[in-house]
Write a protein that binds this ligand. Structure first.
Ligand SMILES: [Fe+2]
Length: 573
């Protein structure tokens, strides 16, 4: 057998080594007792691969070699970040050839509309119910299932700690991957590099993905946004949840990981080369889960798919009237009308820009506000009440106004403003102050007073709108939990525990699941989910790099949550 035939035969058996001619040549040498020289073999491999890639059918006896378009595309995606030029250079092949193979029309994506990404731990059984539900889901929507190999060695087991080989449940073998894969130019999946017991699995990856969003397969949910230069979309880093059941050591780290182990996945729908929609799929004990694929809430379970489910709860990203982003609100209105939530939660309904303490001493801004007729805080409150009524009128469920720091700015104004500086707001100021004085009630730790925004908004709402709307609007009092399916929706996120400043990290430790607003950057830390905004990005006071997103939070009827981010008013494919 001549050298070319040998090379062809080895390429046929080891197509994954076509980009590593040295490795392939060494393999040939080792298995042919050093019959050939390394240099000659490398030359032969490079030429042969080039010829093979150029051929569309049988030619010169190479018909036994199978290097399919799919192999090339997978290789370019996985190892060269979807860049055919880089792949061609690394493989020593003509760029045009690799590009042609990579871009074969109608073959690269077929009908794949999205990708479902999850994590499988070695030597651990899959959650059968979730596995079955996931297959039904992927088939129904033409999503490709990708399962990343996760490795974990149980240090408290003598048998496992000495075991050399690892393997994965046979059920997920057709879907396994452990190399980087690009989904479009703005999002990629990265191999499972972090120990499954890691408390913060995304820690240290902020710059790892360049300007792309990144999926890091891991059995625990964590999601965060990373600020990018102000005119570009922030990038999102997320983990995935797992398709395998919890299997951890009997140790502190193992026990903690078991508590946060999520049977779940993330789905990424590809809109175009730059845009995508991403959602969490969190399974119940039986492996079933809900999702909005195709624009309808359906339940995917081992026994089948059922539709016509509504939402239990919808939490909108902070509103900040009058600075509403029209597209973000359009997406939110569509969600309300389409999914008919039983509960709607609103954060920072009012921006309180007219009298906000942050700009009280800004002479130029205040003069401009005055000259343009936007210093009237009562008008601003009126507008926010109209917004609440509009949202309430578009649904049948309850609307809850979450006490928030920007709404509270109205109270701060009553406390701090100088009486000779009231201008157009004088009458409203005195009216609110009068009612605040009257509301004083002794309590065990001092006195309680009305919340100025809640008092005024309630009064205005009741005066202007029909009871069929107003009776469904509630104003939540501070420190009064509103629990729905074991999740507390009452906190804005500005106040933490024991008087500390609030944060998702702090509130993730209070032992109660929550959905909060406030930071305008969506994230998930343990049981705490944080929404983004429905306001303009960025608002006037936010300078520099931006991590804000148009993100709402859904809660399905089984209590599971997902973050939904809209782009140009769209949020699903
Ligand atoms: Fe806010």
């Amino acid at each position: 057998m001549n050298r070319k035939s040998i090379v062809v035969s080895y390429i046929s058996e080891n197509p994954s080594l076509i980009s590593e001619p040295i490795k392939l040549a060494r393999l040939i040498i080792s298995e042919t007792d050093g019959e050939y020289s390394l240099k000659e073999l490398i030359k032969e491999i490079k030429e042969t691969v080039s010829e093979l890639l150029s051929d569309d059918g049988d030619k010169d006896g190479y018909n036994t070699v199978i290097i399919s378009h799919k192999t090339i595309r997978t290789k370019v995606d996985n190892e060269f970040d979807g860049n055919p030029s880089a792949a061609a250079r690394a493989m020593g092949l003509p760029e045009r050839t690799v590009r042609r193979w990579y871009n074969q029309p109608n073959k690269k994506t077929k009908d794949v509309r999205g990708y479902v990404v999850t994590y499988a731990q070695n030597d651990t059984p899959v959650h059968l119910g979730f596995y079955k539900s996931l297959l039904k889901y992927c088939k129904q929507h033409n999503y490709e299932l990708i399962v990343y190999k996760g490795k974990y060695r149980n240090p408290t087991s003598i048998i496992e700690s000495k075991k050399e080989d690892v393997s994965w449940d046979d059920k997920v073998k057709p879907y396994l991957l452990d190399s980087r894969r690009s989904l479009n130019s703005k999002i990629g999946i990265y191999p499972a590099m972090t120990n499954p017991t890691a408390v913060r699995p995304l820690s240290g990856f902020d710059v790892h993905t360049g300007d792309k969003s990144g999926i890091f397969p891991h059995p625990k949910y964590q999601l965060k946004t990373i600020a990018t230069p102000s005119k570009s979309m922030p990038k999102i880093l997320t983990t995935t949840g797992a398709i395998t059941v919890p299997n951890y050591s009997k140790s502190k780290a193992g026990e903690k990981a078991k508590i946060h182990h999520i049977i779940g996945a993330v789905v990424v729908e590809i809109v175009d080369e730059k845009r995508f929609h991403m959602r969490q799929l969190s399974a119940d004990k039986d492996g079933s889960f809900f999702d909005i694929a195709g624009g309808a809430v359906a339940k995917y379970s081992p026994s089948g798919i059922t539709g016509n489910h509504g939402l239990e709860t919808l939490v909108l990203g902070d509103l900040h009237h009058p600075f509403i982003d029209k597209n973000a609100l359009k997406a939110s209105m569509d969600q309300i009308e389409r999914f008919k939530p039983k509960n709607l939660f609103l954060h920072d309904v009012l921006d309180c820009w007219a009298v906000n303490h942050h700009s009280r001493s800004d002479r130029f801004l205040n003069t401009a506000k005055l000259n343009h007729g936007v210093m009237d805080i009562e008008k601003e409150v009126d507008g926010s009440v109209d917004l609440i009524a509009t949202l309430a009128a578009s649904m049948k469920g309850r609307v809850h106004i979450v006490p928030s720091n920007h709404d509270d700015a109205l109270d701060r104004w009553l406390h701090d403003e100088k009486l000779d500086n009231l201008g157009v707001n004088s009458a409203y100021f005195h009216y609110l102050s009068y009612n605040k004085h009257l509301s004083a009630r002794p309590v065990i730790t001092g006195f309680s007073f009305i919340d100025a925004y809640q008092f005024s908004a309630r009064e205005k709402l009741d005066a202007k709108y029909d009871k069929s709307i107003t009776s469904r609007v509630s104003f939540i009092k501070r420190d009064t939990p509103v629990m729905i399916k074991d999740v507390d929706f009452s906190m804005h996120g500005d106040q933490g525990s024991s008087g500390a400043r609030g944060s998702a990290l702090g509130l993730s430790k209070i032992g109660v699941k929550s959905v909060i607003g406030h930071s305008h950057s969506c994230q998930v830390i343990d049981g705490c989910y944080q929404v983004g905004v429905n306001a303009l990005i960025p608002l006037g006071y936010a300078k520099g790099a931006n991590s804000w997103t148009f993100t709402n939070c859904f809660q399905y009827s089984n209590g599971k949550r997902t973050l939904i981010t809209s782009i140009d008013g769209k949020y699903y494919l």
